[in-house]
Design a protein around this ligand. Structure first.
Ligand code: ADP
Length: 383
């Protein structure tokens, strides 16, 4: 039998079948497109433009909870994924509004995006939009919530920090009254009373300093400051404590460095680093203060051979009231504010402070500041 016609016939059949499949896919696609067109045309006039112009998050949902329109803000907050809402909490609110017809305002903690580990804090308003649609508006309040949390923590910490010495003062005053005819006890209680009142004064002073630093910009009235003077001042102020702890205080490095800023504040910052170095060091050890300046950067490093700081806590020591060992820190009379003051002073001077530490071996805190000669050169070059 002649089978030569079979090949072209099979080819023709294949082409026809392929064309048929393509036609079916095309028609299905067109139907889908028309369906979206229909849905979109029912969204009340102007909503598209409003959502486009919205800086915050705005989402329009159809009766099946498909997202038919979302503002860029909603996408960047990670509220929408695969044409739906990411968060079941939001879907629940949308369903409630659809059922009751009443608008809902709510505040929610949600993850950022479908896989996000970061939390966002949203203030949302959900309402009906025409007969079919639901409009969801969301404001990102994460930053203000975080600030509020920091403020709350700060107030709670301050109250806690003040309560201890205030309680002690009350008790010691009572003890003094009952021991009035025993001079030895009176002297002992009075000495402790003085210590507690000094501690209260120091905490109050540091809180005032810290809030002043946070509220002002030290460089707005910057003077030319000699780093050698700052180092000499800070060392002088710590000399008595170093002697009483039997710690040797040495300084060295490059002389003649200058920075722009506030001499008093810089001395306070360096003083805090040196006094920590002394307090967290064993007797007979050495604390060094070294200055170097090159390529426009002045570095002041305070090195000790003390207890050190565990790696996981090195970032946290600059937080207000953070202590690696609260009991030890309280014994030394520490307020937990010293390093956050250092951080703020240095940041206000356009610099930074870093820590290197090895538990059991010691720590080095390094302040880095822009050198005055380079700041001046840059200003001149800009003019
Ligand atoms: P404090 O008044 O408690 O010393 P700081 O803010 O100055 O508060 O320091 C925070 C914590 O960092 C301290 O409680 C201590 O645990 C740790 N720390 C600071 N400096 C040193 C240091 N040189 N060596 C070891 N630990 C330190």
């Amino acid at each position: 039998m002649d089978s030569a016609w079979l090949v072209p016939a099979a080819l023709a059949f294949g082409v026809l079948l392929g064309a048929g499949i393509v036609a079916v896919i095309y028609l299905a696609a067109r139907r889908g497109q028309r369906a979206v067109d229909v849905v979109n045309s029912a969204v009340p006039d102007g909503v598209d433009q409003v959502i486009d112009a919205l800086e915050s998050a705005g989402v329009v949902l159809d009766p099946s909870n498909n997202v038919v329109k979302a503002s860029p803000g909603a996408l960047s907050l990670g509220l929408v994924w695969n044409q739906g809402l990411v968060h079941p909490e939001l879907v629940t609110i949308v369903d409630r509004v659809r059922r009751t017809g009443k608008a809902v305002n709510d505040e929610l903690h949600l993850s950022r995006g479908p896989f996000g580990e970061a939390t966002i804090f949203l203030s949302v308003r959900v309402a009906r939009l025409g007969a079919r649609y639901i409009l969801l508006l969301a404001e990102d309040r994460t930053e203000s919530y975080r600030l509020e949390e920091v403020r709350r923590d700060f107030v709670a910490n301050i109250s806690h920090e003040l309560k201890t010495p205030i309680g002690a003062v009350g008790l010691l005053a009572e003890a003094l009254t009952t021991a009035a005819d025993k001079p030895e006890q009176v002297r002992r209680f009075a000495k402790r009373l003085t210590k507690e009142s000094e501690r209260l004064a120091r905490i109050t002073q540091e809180i005032i300093e810290l809030s002043r630093l946070q509220a002002t910009d030290a460089l707005s009235k910057a003077d030319l400051v000699e780093v050698d003077t700052v180092v000499a001042q800070a060392i002088d102020q710590n000399r008595v404590m170093a002697d009483s702890h039997n710690v040797q205080l040495v300084s060295g490095g490059d002389a003649g460095a200058e920075v722009y800023g506030d001499e008093g504040l810089l001395a306070v910052a360096l003083h805090n680093l040196i006094s920590n170095a002394i307090q967290y060091s064993p007797k007979g050890s050495r604390v060094g203060v070294g200055v170097s300046h090159k390529e426009g950067v002045v570095e002041i490093a305070v090195t000790d051979q003390g207890v050190g700081i565990p790696e996981e806590e090195q970032d946290r020591v600059f937080e207000r009231f953070f202590r690696t060992d609260p009991a030890r820190s309280r014994n030394t009379g520490g307020s937990g504010l010293g390093l956050s003051i250092v951080k703020h002073v240095v940041q206000n001077h356009g610099g930074d402070v870093r820590v290197w530490s090895q538990p059991g071996h010691g720590s080095t805190f390094t302040i880095r500041l822009p050198e005055a000669s380079h700041v001046a050169a840059a200003t001149v070059a800009e003019q």
